[in-house]
Design a protein around this ligand. Structure first.
Ligand SMILES: CC[C@@H](CC(=O)C(=O)O)C(=O)O
Ligand SMILES: [Zn+2]
Length: 323
């Protein structure tokens, strides 16, 4: 019995393949991790000591802690970088930060009814949360996750994000610049991942835009005129359930949704810096080309002193000369 069914998945018109599911002690796990290939890992017991982290338990022990909560007028929580909003920019995000104490968040979730704004708690776990949560946190299977960090030569652990989502919440397609071991504690989440080679099909916003790293394509209503190559996107899909750990390689695009009618989901991610010494061999890896493209956009925006001129200059360089 899977614990979920297809009727809980939102419907998209995207070609997907499967992500390998392996036991934590299968030697193929380390080779997939080391080669930046996604894998769903079972049996690691990474978060087995905190399966009790449901809304009531967390409310009891985080009651008066002010937490980072996002509020959205619809089911999508598209991240944006506030530092990239410039004074003369008209930027109207669908979701926005609305910090509140945990007890208020828990009450709003319990009282939520259709039509209300949705909520999504995304709180960095640190030792200022509460004694009990900290004592639970130290019970993660740190030996295992740190052994993965070592074998893959990742950089340091930068943060753990505690994610508490309402059923049906969606984090739209985006990529991160860190290695990510994503652990599910309660509920089921659907991930659709795309390798960096699909960059041209996913049309991320310009680097200087507040929606940097986020795909411009609305999966619920794709604009095939503006984004024609989205039709060709080939993804990888997996359902992540309690105690599962999904490796999301850096620069891999991912869409995430908490299954509909599945209740709240509770997850924790583990973001690691990329490894320091990444060997440069040719041909370059696709994610290395993404880094180059990002650097070209940043350099041109800086040299031109106006990000809005970057597109024109790139067109001038390419059109009729490289195409
Ligand atoms: C950040 C929220 C998202 C997960 C994700 O994108 C990541 O861990 O990188 C999700 O679970 O809704
Ligand atoms: Zn992400």
């Amino acid at each position: 019995m899977a614990g979920w069914n297809e009727s809980q998945l939102r419907k998209y018109n995207i070609k997907v393949d499967k992500i390998p599911t392996l036991q934590y002690d299968d030697p193929k796990v380390d080779s997939l991790l080391s080669n930046n290939k996604p894998v769903l890992i079972k049996g690691s017991k990474l978060v087995s000591q905190v399966l009790k982290w449901d809304l009531d338990y967390l409310a009891e022990h985080m009651n008066s802690i002010c937490c980072n909560v996002l509020v959205s007028k619809n089911h999508k929580f598209k991240y944006y970088d506030q530092k990239k909003i410039t004074p003369n920019m008209t930027f109207k995000p669908i979701s926005r930060p609305s910090p509140m104490i945990f007890s208020e968040f828990a009450k709003k979730i319990k009282d939520w009814k259709k039509g209300d704004s949705r909520l999504y708690m995304q709180q960095v776990l640190n030792n200022s949360i509460s004694q009990r949560i900290v004592s639970d946190f130290v019970m993660f299977n740190w030996d295992w996750i740190m052994s993965k960090q070592k074998v893959c030569k990742w950089g340091s652990l930068t943060s753990n994000l505690l994610l508490i989502a309402q059923e049906g919440n969606v984090t739209p397609c985006h990529y991160d610049e860190q290695q990510n071991m994503f652990a599910s504690i309660r509920g089921y989440k659907r991930f659709i991942l795309f390798p960096p080679s699909e960059f041209e099909c996913l049309y991320p916003h310009p680097v200087h835009h507040p929606y940097d790293r986020q795909s411009q394509v609305d999966f619920d209503n794709p604009d095939y005129i503006k984004f024609p190559k989205f039709k060709e996107a080939c993804g990888y899909e997996v359902i992540v359930g309690p105690e599962d750990v999904l490796y999301i390689p850096m620069y891999w695009f991912h869409h995430v949704e908490s299954l509909m009618h599945g209740g709240c989901t509770v997850s924790v991610n583990f973001w690691f810096k990329a490894g320091s010494v990444e060997k440069i061999e040719y041909p370059l890896l696709d994610h290395q080309k993404m880094v180059i493209m990002r650097n070209v956009e940043k350099m041109l925006a800086e040299a031109l002193h106006d990000p809005n001129e970057v597109g024109n200059m790139l067109n001038t360089i390419v059109l009729g000369r490289y195409t």
